[in-house]
Design a protein. Structure first.
Ligand code: NDP
Length: 483
């Protein structure tokens, strides 16, 4: 099991750094990963380049659709094993890992179907000529994802990139490569042409920057932190690569006083703490209308304390450990910052369990808009409560960070909720729910939460570029020059 890279259709051993993965639930060693050297990443890029230029992958839409469907079937057949790998590697509760694998298979099927419905656009021109606009792939795409949904976020990119006819060099986070290794093995079994999909393992500095700096890579799609996204955007600008960035967030959940408080409490907990709060769209700011503040906050605190935190392999577990000791310390440092800034800690912020990186979910109140805990993405089980009196104030607070990824609005008055939604600068807004990604609708952010969209037809369009072909069946006289 030391052949963990997938380059040019073969599983091979990485000749770079040997990294020991740690199980976040136990703090114990899991497995050794042999990462790629810069030369091996370059080999993967060349394999993808050759596959793009020398096979008929980009033309054969039926083959692409059939292989994506076949891969979806393989994910379903191997659902339990993939879910186990995901839970071992990330610490997320097993029932959530199963959902991630199901959603990944669904995404592959969606793009296989969408691809079959893609046609070129035909136009008759004013001069009697005919125009065809084809959507053609870029070539080699570099796909880079973080550790919170390793397989799902990977598939959100791999499925549309391959559907559009590109070839792929895929880099998961150095912390969470396990499900990607299994994915590569399954792709090998499916019979994808050699070089169409390549998996390289390694950190951002070695593997990531080799991909983003390469002139043979035409498109980068990145999900990760806003600061990393900025750096990647700058690197890609040098060679004018097409770039899609799915970055961080500090998303508000606005709760109006006409809502059912008990239901709202559960949605708020789900919004803020699902997947240990390690979700880009986590509702890490809860905005509550003043007259229900006391009642809501009391119930929120009481229910949050009852979340079942523990062994991610137990079917009963509702929250697992955070990804690493470094990340645990980062979240704890924000607990200290919050207290130092004068906010009130209602609950959480304590390490629990005899082993692993468990932290009780954190709720702060009595915050002001300028505090770091209100402005910065913490990316863990950590939320702040803010209050508002009017619709206008709710909108102002909701829009009051540099981010614009997602938002939620809970109210019985759907007309009002839609009016508020129209004024919120976010790429995704849920009214009376939270979190569900719909595979056929766009996902991505405004402001410093990113550029471009994943999922839906927008997600496919992100991996192709229009090519306009104008044809005159017979060459006419031009008559422009007086020869
Ligand atoms: P990072 O931004 O640190 O890393 C994301 C990926 O980029 C990793 O694979 C990382 O490699 C790689 N990377 C790091 N530096 C470079 C570089 N210079 N060049 C190329 N690649 C690089 O994020 P995290 O992994 O810490 O994930 C958490 C972040 O992801 C959060 O801020 C969150 O908001 C964001 N996110 C956004 C989502 C969205 O849809 N908008 C969804 C999920 C997460 P490595 O870590 O191996 O070094």
């Amino acid at each position: 099991m030391d052949k963990q890279l997938f380059i040019n259709g073969k599983m091979i051993k990485g000749e770079g750094n040997a990294r020991i993965l740690i199980n976040p639930a136990t703090g114990q060693e899991l497995v050794t990963i042999y990462e790629a050297t810069v030369e091996q990443v370059e080999m993967a890029i060349q394999a993808a380049k050759t596959a793009f230029s020398e096979t008929d992958w980009k033309q054969d839409k039926e083959e692409r659709a059939a292989l994506l469907m076949k891969l979806a079937g393989k994910l379903e057949e191997n659902l339990e094993e993939l879910a186990k790998l995901e839970t071992e590697n990330t610490g997320k509760p097993i029932r959530e890992s199963r959902l991630d694998i199901e959603d990944s298979a669904g995404c592959l099927k969606y793009y296989a179907d969408l691809l079959r419905d893609q046609f070129s656009e035909m136009m008759e021109q004013w001069d009697g000529s005919a125009s065809i606009v084809k959507n053609v792939p870029f070539g080699v795409t570099g796909l880079i994802v973080p550790w919170n949904f390793p397989l799902l976020l990977g598939i959100w990119k791999i499925a549309p990139a391959l559907a559009a006819g590109n070839t792929v060099v895929f880099k998961p986070s150095e912390l969470t490569p396990l499900s990607s290794i299994k994915l590569a093995e399954l792709m090998g079994e499916c019979g994808f042409p050699e070089g169409v999909f390549n998996l390289v393992l390694g950190d951002g500095k070695t593997a990531g920057e080799t991909i983003t700096a390469s002139e043979d890579v035409q498109k980068i799609s990145f999900t990760g932190g806003t600061d990393t996204g900025r750096l990647i955007n700058e690197q890609c600008a040098r060679s004018f690569k097409n770039v899609s960035l799915e970055l961080g967030g500090k998303s508000p959940l606005i709760i109006f006083d006409d809502t059912d408080i008990d239901k709202a409490v559960e949605w708020a907990i789900f919004g803020a703490f699902f997947n240990q709060g390690e979700v880009c769209v986590a509702s890490s700011r809860i905005l509550v209308q003043e007259d229900i503040y006391s009642d809501f906050t009391e119930k929120l605190t009481e229910k949050t304390k009852k979340i079942k935190l523990g062994d991610p392999f137990s079917e009963e577990t509702e929250m697992g450990p955070v990804i690493s000791m470094d990340h645990l310390r980062k979240i704890e440092s924000y607990v200290e910052k919050g207290k130092a800034e004068g906010a009130k800690l209602l609950t959480g912020g304590e390490r629990t369990g005899k082993q692993g990186y468990y932290l009780t979910p954190v709720i702060f109140t009595d915050v002001t808009p300028d505090m770091e805990i209100v402005q910065e993405e913490i990316f863990g089980p950590f939320c702040v409560i803010q209050t508002f009196s009017s619709e206008e104030e709710a909108v102002e607070i909701a829009n009051g960070t540099k981010y614009g990824l997602a938002a939620g609005i809970l109210s019985k008055d759907v007309e009002r909720a839609e009016r508020v939604a129209d004024q919120i600068d976010s790429g995704i807004i849920w009214i009376n729910s939270y979190h569900t990604p719909f595979v056929n609708a766009p996902w991505g952010g405004f402001k410093q939460s990113g550029t471009g969209r994943e999922l839906g037809p927008h997600g496919l369009a992100a991996y192709s570029q229009p090519k306009h072909l104008n044809t005159n069946a017979v060459m006419g006289e031009l008559g422009w020059y007086k020869f």
